[in-house]
Design a protein around this ligand. Structure first.
Ligand SMILES: *Cc1c(COP(=O)(O)O)cnc(C)c1O
Length: 378
């Protein structure tokens, strides 16, 4: 292993830094019908339900090949009936992507959009639902990774339920670190992927689905390969067989990632590590004079957007490159109207790695000739 390039520390919204044991779990060939592989698939599906816990009587877990977007597209394109209409809540790029997915598939759509620094609350959604007509589904992003804002998905669920609509939540960047009560918030489809807070490698995502809602999706698919119901039915009927080539090594790595999540103490402990990372990051960045884009009460501990320094010597591409050379990968901004960059607190990183990044940042700024307000923190 000593000769393997360890790569960079990733302070991004995913793919994330993973442990060497997660990467090591991939060093094995297995066929897609191999008994060991099928046992792993079953094990993963069960353990994802256990994380809620999402009781087996009411919930199912479906794995789907592809990145997170494929899995969102799988849900949007295969659970909404031909005569259905989805309300998409948009306060960032990922919400906008859901709306775009619906458009591509010719699905009737309402978009409720608010500023990227404003979170969705139940009141906002109730106001819209009161005047909208024909809404059968509502889709929202939990942690809008564009900014790092956290929408109130659980409270919004009550409003969606009262309106008699089905509820789809993109919990891509929060699942595994922030507990989500699916039954209590009437969520029918909860979506996440292997390479976010579970700390696996990319290759597939998963949907935790209310069984009645999943059953009702039969026959609504607009594509073959992203048919969520069919994927589930095949897995159930054939001992965990994927319909088409599964990402074997990614699934092996994910099983190990779930072991490591358990060893860490589960979702609560993982969230707490990320929260400590986030606190250390914000404290250090503020001391360096950086401004945080969001109001503190709306900000998640998943990822943080920082405004560019006002100095004309600051150029993000240069800043990024210099940090990258030192072994730190940060992330560009994705906001529509603001110049920000992002730093993630998730993945196999601790305060030690955050401190190392916080040491490199002022060095890099100094090299670039960017004036910073270096304040002593006690
Ligand atoms: C990462 C992410 C996705 C999926 O992005 P991919 O690049 O397709 O993996 C979707 N929604 C949110 C909120 C995300 O953070």
């Amino acid at each position: 292993m000593a000769t393997i390039n360890p790569g960079k520390l990733l302070f991004t919204p995913g793919p994330l830094t993973t442990s060497s044991t997660v990467k090591g779990a991939m060093l094995r060939d297995l066929g897609s019908l191999d008994r060991d592989f099928l046992t792993t698939v079953l094990n993963i599906r069960t353990r994802l339900l256990d994380l809620g816990p999402y009781p087996r009587e009411d919930f199912e877990c479906v794995l789907m090949q592809g990145s997170g977007t494929y899995v969102v597209e799988s849900v949007i394109s295969s659970v909404i009936p031909r005569d259905g209409k989805v309300l998409v809540l948009v306060n960032g790029a990922y919400g906008r992507r859901i709306a775009q997915t619906a458009r591509v598939h010719g699905i009737a759509l309402d978009v409720l959009e608010v500023e990227e620094n404003r979170k969705f609350t139940p009141e906002l959604v109730a106001e819209h639902l009161a005047v909208a007509s024909g809404i059968t589904h509502v889709a929202v992003v939990h942690c809008e990774t564009t900014s790092g804002i956290l929408n109130q998905v659980e409270q919004i669920g009550h409003v969606v339920h009262a309106a008699g609509a089905s509820y789809i939540v993109d919990a891509m960047s929060s699942f595994g670190a922030i507990p989500i009560d699916m039954a209590g918030s009437h969520i029918d489809f909860l979506i996440s992927s292997a390479n976010k807070c579970i700390e696996g490698v990319p290759g597939f995502g998963f949907v935790i689905a209310n069984r009645r809602a999943l059953d009702a999706a039969k026959g609504h698919a607009r594509t073959l390969s992203l048919d969520l119901y069919d994927q589930w039915a095949s897995m159930e009927a054939n001992h965990g067989h994927f319909r088409f080539t599964p990402p074997i090594q990614s699934i092996l790595a994910f099983e190990q990632a779930l072991n490591e999540l358990d060893e860490e103490g589960g979702v609560g402990a993982r969230g707490e590590r990320y929260r400590q990372n986030h606190i250390a990051l914000c404290r250090g960045m503020k001391a360096l004079g950086f401004e945080i884009y969001l109001a503190e009460e709306d900000q998640s501990f998943i990822i943080t957007s920082f405004r560019y320094p006002s100095s004309p010597a600051f150029r993000f591409a240069d800043f990024y490159e210099r940090l990258w050379t030192r072994g730190f990968a940060i992330y560009p901004g994705k906001l529509s109207h603001e110049s920000c960059f992002r730093i993630g607190s998730i993945g196999r990183i601790t305060i030690t790695e955050i401190e190392a990044l916080l040491t490199a940042i002022p060095q890099v700024l100094c090299e670039m000739g960017v004036e910073i307000k270096s304040e002593v923190i006690g």
